[in-house]
Write a protein that binds this ligand. Structure first.
Ligand code: NAP
Length: 282
């Protein structure tokens, strides 16, 4: 086992399947103490057992929590802080697309709740631990689906005119606005903030919707990347010494690229930041 992450602690959300599972396993293989978070205790326990078996790393744990609501995120972070005194890498990965409008336990539109407020609040609660290190990283899994999206500030939770694809694109644009605003706020601290697009990857993504979408994703699977390729940029941003001090960037295939112009709108980023604080009652 390569030991380049020896002595580091990483927290990976949404890591019982797909990109998150693969990234967590490879970071564990590099020697990181690896904590995964997903909703199902059973799936978490099975994932931890598989990671331990395949990597030989016994420092792998799980926290079961629903990250689509405030109490779930808080319980996950509290559980993490209870057992750990350091965090080197926070990999915000848990996300999904919802073809019909749903609301979280907090009454917030589900895509925004899971894909954006989860990243925002998890990071918010862990920043003190991250800042306590000599170096630390926040890595946010966004998507190329942010291109052409807009933040619908007049109806941010899409009470009218809901479209699963449109709202998903908005949430992934939020990931970038958040990543860049966080990088600006963290200037002068040891913590970096970067985002990525994993590509179109053969995972469980969108299959939560069942019916036609699940069928369509099956048909599209030959066009999708392998999970190993999809997870490569997450692993790179979490572990590569090359980008130790790089912050506020968007990566595709382990290379920094420009994101959509809308993602660089500082006024929108500041407005989204405040709105997120308000929605979370912070
Ligand atoms: N696949 C793609 O083509 C693609 C493209 C661009 C971006 N992405 C992004 O990549 C990230 C990972 O997606 P994936 O493709 O790997 O999807 P996936 O295979 O469906 O995995 C999603 C993971 O998130 C967890 N999760 C879902 N809802 C959760 C909740 N409420 N609380 C806690 N954990 C939750 C799931 O575990 P449980 O069900 O056990 O909770 C699972 O481990 C997402 O942010 C997605 O937007 C994916």
């Amino acid at each position: 086992m390569s030991q380049t992450m020896q002595g580091k602690t990483v927290l990976v959300t949404g890591a019982t399947n797909g990109i998150g599972f693969y990234a967590a396993r490879e970071l564990a293989r590099m020697g990181a103490q690896t904590i995964i978070v997903s909703r199902s205790s059973e799936k978490c326990a099975a994932s931890v057992a598989q990671i331990m078996k395949e990597t030989g790393n016994q420092q792998v744990e799980y926290i079961a929590a629903d990250l689509s609501n405030k109490a779930g995120v808080k319980s996950a972070v509290d559980a993490f802080k209870k057992n750990h005194s350091r965090l080197d890498v926070l990999l915000n990965n848990a996300g999904a697309m919802f073809m019909s409008r749903q609301e979280s336990a907090d009454g917030i539109e589900m895509t925004m709740a899971l894909n954006h407020l989860n990243y925002f609040y998890t990071t918010y609660l862990l920043l003190d631990m991250l800042k306590a290190n000599e170096k630390a990283r926040v890595v946010n899994v966004s998507s190329g689906a942010h291109v052409g999206a807009k933040i619908n500030f007049d109806d941010i939770q899409y009470k009218k005119g809901y479209s699963g694809f449109g709202v998903y694109g908005q949430s992934k644009l939020m990931n970038l606005l958040f990543t860049y605003e966080l990088a600006r706020k963290l200037g002068g601290t040891p913590v970096t903030s970067n985002a990525l697009h994993p590509g179109f990857v053969n995972t469980g993504f969108a299959k939560n919707n069942g019916g036609f979408i699940k069928f369509a994703m099956g048909l599209l699977s030959p066009m999708q990347r392998k999970v190993s390729d999809g997870a490569a940029t997450s692993i790179f941003l979490a572990s590569s010494p090359e980008i130790d001090t790089v912050s506020g960037k968007y990566y595709v295939d382990c290379k920094a690229v420009e994101s959509d112009p809308a993602s660089y709108d500082k006024a929108a980023a500041a407005r989204l930041w405040q709105l997120s604080l308000d929605l979370l009652g912070l």
